[in-house]
Ligand binder design. Structure first.
Ligand code: G6P
Length: 764
C-alpha cells in the first residue's frame, strides 16, 4: 500500500530507517555470539570438572571413616552394598575401592572395565581423569582412604558427566537470550538517537538549501511547515559559501552559455520561446524605426539616423511583438489602423509599430525641452549648459504617462516584458510598475550617466531616480556609467544600495544595475555589403567630383554638439598644416543628419560647423576640397557605401554612451582594410582598443592619428581590422538583447519562486 498522508509517510520512513540501523546491529551481535559460544562451552566444562574434583574430595573425606569401619568389620558384600548406597546419587555412575594395587576392585556393578586396581595410578593425573564411554564421558576420581588395615586403600568415584553438556546447553541458551536482550536495547537506543540527530540534520540541511534558494518548500505540505527558516547557526557559514558559489556558478554558466551560443535572430527567438515561453515583448522608445513621409503623391518610408534604432530594429525583427514610439512623419497617421498600428518592416512585416501622438506643445516641452535641452546636456557633459523649465517638466511627465497608458493597452498579459529605451522615459518604468506590478521592465539608458555632483543640478533629480528605479533591470553601456548611477542614488535618495550584487532597493522594488554594451547586427545584412569595395571606392569619388585616387576620411553623425564635429574638422585642418603633402590629396567627407534643429544650441552648432568647413576649404583651395560637408539625411545603404570607400573613419565624440558608427565602419570593411580613429570618450573605445584612440580635445594628437591612419601599411590595417571584427562578431546586438532577456528570465523565475514560498506562509 502506498502511504498517502504525511503521517503515514513519516511512519514508513521511520520503520525503514529503524530497519536500516537494527539489522546490521543484530548481525554484528549474532557474529559475536557465534564466536563466544565455544569459549563458554570450554569454560563450563572446566568449571564442572573442577566441581566434580572438589565433590569427589569432599565425599571421600566424608565416607573415609564409615568405609574403614565396613572394611574392618564387614564382608566383601557389605562393602559393596555400602558403596552401592553412595552411588545412588544420580550423578554417581559407579563407586569402587581398592585395598592395594594388587587387590581386586570392590565396586558397584556399573563400574567400567577399564578401571582396575592395577591401573589406578593413571586416573590421578588431573588431565587424564576423563573416561570416554559410548554412554558419554565419565569423571574418574581416585582418593586415598587410609585405615590401619589398608594403608594403601583407594576410593574410586566415577561420576556421570552428562550434566555438563546439559549445563552448557543451558549456558548457551542464557547467552543467546542475553545477547538478544542486549541487541534489542542497544538497537533501540541507537535508533532513537540516530532518528533524532537525522531529523535535526535533515531540518538543518533543508533550511540551509532553502535559504540559498536551492530547495523549495513542498507546496502540498501544511502551511506551518513551509516557512523558510534561516539556517541554524552551525549551517550559516556553509549557507554563505553556498550562496556565493551559486552566484559564481550562475555567472559562469551564463558566460559559458552565452559564449557557446552563436548569437543571431534565431538564438534570440529561441530564448524568447524557451526561457520566456514565447511571451510578447514591448519596446518603448521616442524615435520610431520607420517614418512615413508624404512626398507629393507618394508616401516615402524613411529610416532615422539613430543608434538606438540601429540596435533595436534587428532585435525586434527577431522577437516580433510591439514597438511603441512617437509618430513623427507627415504621413504617419495615414498608414496606421484604428489602433494606431502599422506592420513593419514595410518590405516584410514581422512586428507591429504602435504610434503615440503628441501635440506640438507636448513635443516642444517633453522632447525638445526637458529631454534634449535638459537631460541630454546634463548627461553628456559636453560643456553645453542644461536648461530646466517647469513647463517642460510638466510635459515630460504627461508624455511619460501617455506612453505608460499605451504600454498597458498593448500588454496582452499581466506580466509583459517591457524594454524601455533612453532618457526620454525616465519616469515610465515606475509608472509601468504601478500599473502592471508583475511586468518585467528592462530600461536601457543609451547615453552616459554623469557623476552625482553633475546630476544633482537637475531640479527633478529625485523624481528621475525614483522613476528609473521602477525597472527590474537598468542597463548602461559601461561599468563606469553603472557606478555613476549607483553613486548618484546613494548620494541623492533614500535607498538600499548593494554594491556586491549591484542592486538598488527603493520604493519596494529591487533594481539590478547592469552593464550591457550595445552593438550592431552581425553579420551585417547582405544588402549593406553586396556592392564590391572597389565599386564603392570608384562611385563615391566620382559622385562627389573627387579625383579617382583621392584619399577619403569619413564621419557619420547626427549634427549634434556632443559628436565633436568641430574638433574633427579642426584636426583635418591641423593635418594639412603639419603634413602639406595631403593638401589636394585628402578629403574628409562629413555626413551629418540634421537633428533637433528647432533647438537654438543645435542651430548654432550647425552654423558653426558650416562656417568652419568653409573656412578650412578656403584656406586650401584646389580641385578637391579638404572638407565635404553633407548635411542631409542618408539611408543606411548609402552610408555603408561611404564606409567601404573611405581609407579612414573618424569618430571624435566629446562624450558618447557607445557610438555605433565606430562598429558599423568595422562591420562594413569585410575587405579588412581601413583605419578607425576613435575618441577615448566613447563607450566603443573600451571594446575596440585596436582603433587609433585619441582625445578629441587634443587637436595635434588627432592630426597625427589621421596621418598615421593614412600611411598605415595594409598588413597592419588588416591585423587591427581582424581583431575588431572578431570582437563585434562575438558581441553583436543579438547578444546584447539576449543577455538582457536571459537576465530578465532568470529574474522572473526567481521572483516566481519567492512568490510561491510567500504564498504558502500563513499570514501573521
Ligand atoms: C541618441 C539617443 C537616441 C536617439 C538618437 C537620435 O542616440 O540616445 O535615443 O533616438 O540619439 O536622436 P533623435 O532625437 O533624433 O531621436
Amino acid at each position: 500500500m502506498v502511504p498517502d498522508t504525511p503521517d503515514e509517510k513519516r511512519k514508513e520512513s521511520f520503520v525503514r530507517l529503524s530497519l536500516r540501523f537494527v539489522l546490521p546491529l543484530l548481525l554484528i551481535l549474532a557474529a559475536i555470539a557465534y564466536a563466544v559460544a565455544p569459549m563458554v562451552e570450554q569454560f563450563t566444562w572446566r568449571w564442572s570438572v573442577r566441581d566434580l574434583d572438589m565433590r569427589s574430595t569432599v565425599i571421600a573425606n566424608a565416607i573415609e571413616e564409615p568405609l574403614a569401619k565396613e572394611l574392618s568389620s564387614g564382608s566383601r558384600e557389605d562393602v559393596t552394598t555400602f558403596l552401592s548406597h553412595i552411588s545412588q546419587d544420580e550423578r554417581f555412575y559407579a563407586v569402587g575401592y581398592c585395598a592395594s594395587s594388587t587387590s581386586k576392585l570392590l565396586a558397584t556393578p556399573s563400574v567400567p572395565a577399564a578401571i582396575r586396581c592395577s591401573t589406578l595410578e593413571r586416573w590421578n593425573d588431573p588431565d587424564k581423569h576423563i573416561l570416554a564411554t559410548p554412554q558419554g564421558p565419565l569423571h574418574v576420581a581416585v582418593r586415598p582412604v587410609v585405615s590401619e588395615k589398608n594403608p594403601d586403600g583407594q576410593l574410586v568415584l566415577v561420576q556421570d558427566m552428562s550434566f555438563i553438556s546439559r549445563r552448557s546447553d543451558e549456558a548457551r541458551r542464557y547467552l543467546f537470550y542475553f545477547f538478544l536482550g542486549l541487541a534489542t536495547v542497544v538497537s533501540l537506543i541507537t535508533v532513537v538517537i540516530a532518528h533524532l540527530s537525522w531529523r535535526g540534520w535533515v531540518a538543518g540541511t533543508q533550511s540551509l538549501l532553502q535559504s540559498v534558494g536551492l530547495l523549495r518548500a513542498p507546496l502540498d505540505a501544511p502551511p506551518a511547515t513551509v516557512e523558510i527558516k534561516a539556517p541554524t547557526p552551525e549551517f550559516r557559514p556553509i549557507a554563505r559559501d553556498l550562496q556565493r558559489l551559486i552566484r559564481d556558478l550562475e555567472a559562469e554558466r551564463r558566460a559559458r552559455d552565452e559564449s557557446q551560443l552563436t548569437w543571431n535572430p534565431e538564438t534570440l527567438r529561441a530564448i524568447l520561446h524557451g526561457e520566456l515561453r514565447g511571451e510578447d515583448v514591448i519596446v518603448v522608445s521616442n524615435r520610431e524605426p520607420y517614418i512615413h513621409q508624404r512626398r507629393g503623391e507618394r508616401i516615402e518610408v524613411q529610416r532615422p539616423a539613430s543608434g538606438l534604432v540601429t540596435a533595436l530594429e534587428p532585435v525586434m525583427r527577431a522577437c516580433s511583438g510591439v514597438w511603441i514610439a512617437t509618430g513623427s512623419g507627415s504621413a504617419d497617421r495615414e498608414v496606421v489602423d484604428a489602433k494606431d498600428r502599422v506592420a513593419v518592416p514595410p518590405e516584410r512585416p514581422t512586428y507591429q509599430l504602435r504610434r503615440v501622438w503628441l501635440t506640438a506643445e507636448e513635443e516642444a516641452g517633453y522632447y525638445y525641452g526637458f529631454a534634449n535641452e535638459g537631460m541630454w546636456p546634463l548627461c553628456h557633459i559636453a560643456h553645453v549648459r542644461p536648461t530646466f523649465r517647469s513647463d517642460d517638466w510638466a510635459h515630460y511627465v504627461a508624455a511619460n504617462r501617455k506612453f505608460a497608458a499605451a504600454v498597458v493597452s498593448e500588454a496582452k498579459t499581466a506580466n509583459p516584458i517591457v524594454l524601455v529605451q533612453d532618457y526620454h522615459f525616465a519616469l515610465l518604468p515606475r509608472m509601468i510598475h504601478d500599473a502592471l506590478p508583475e511586468a518585467t521592465v528592462i530600461t536601457f539608458w543609451h547615453i552616459p550617466w554623469p557623476n552625482p555632483e553633475s546630476f544633482a543640478i537637475c531640479p527633478w533629480a529625485e523624481d528621475i531616480l525614483n522613476g528609473l528605479l521602477g525597472s527590474s533591470i537598468l542597463g548602461f553601456h559601461t561599468q563606469f556609467h553603472c557606478n555613476n548611477f549607483v553613486d548618484t542614488v546613494d548620494r541623492l535618495i533614500e535607498a538600499r544600495v548593494d554594491r556586491e550584487s549591484f542592486t538598488v532597493l527603493h520604493g519596494g522594488k529591487l533594481t539590478a544595475v547592469r552593464r550591457y554594451p550595445i552593438s550592431i547586427a552581425w553579420p551585417p545584412s547582405e544588402e549593406m555589403v553586396s556592392k564590391p569595395v572597389a565599386d564603392c571606392y570608384r562611385d563615391v569619388r566620382a559622385s562627389n567630383g573627387l579625383p579617382p585616387t583621392q584619399a577619403i576620411g569619413i564621419g557619420v553623425d547626427r549634427l549634434d554638439y556632443t559628436k565633436g564635429i568641430v574638433e574633427r574638422l579642426l584636426a583635418v585642418e591641423r593635418l594639412l598644416d603639419l603634413n602639406p603633402q595631403w593638401i589636394g590629396r585628402f578629403t574628409f567627407v562629413q555626413i551629418a543628419a540634421p537633428s533637433r534643429s528647432s533647438i537654438d544650441e543645435y542651430r548654432n552648432h550647425e552654423a558653426t560647423v558650416r562656417a568652419l568647413a568653409e573656412r578650412v576649404n578656403g584656406r586650401f583651395p584646389g580641385t578637391a576640397p579638404p572638407i565635404l560637408l553633407k548635411i542631409e539625411h542618408h539611408e543606411p545603404q548609402q552610408v555603408y557605401e561611404y564606409y567601404r570607400a573611405a581609407e579612414l573613419c573618424f569618430v571624435s565624440s566629446l562624450h558618447d554612451g557607445m557610438n555605433l558608427v565606430a562598429k558599423e565602419y568595422v562591420a562594413a570593411r569585410d575587405d579588412e582594410r581601413g583605419v578607425l580613429v576613435l575618441s577615448q570618450f566613447t563607450g566603443a573605445s573600451r571594446e575596440l582598443p585596436e582603433a587609433l584612440v585619441v582625445n578629441p580635445y587634443n587637436v595635434d594628437q588627432c592630426a597625427a592619428a589621421l596621418h598615421v591612419a593614412l600611411t598605415m601599411p595594409a598588413a597592419e590595417q588588416q591585423d587591427r581590422m581582424r581583431l575588431m571584427r572578431g570582437l563585434i562578431a562575438e558581441f553583436n546586438v543579438y547578444r546584447w538583447a539576449g543577455r538582457m532577456l536571459l537576465d530578465a528570465a532568470l529574474m522572473r523565475r526567481r521572483s516566481k519562486l519567492q512568490e510561491n514560498a510567500a504564498a504558502s506562509v500563513p499570514a501573521a
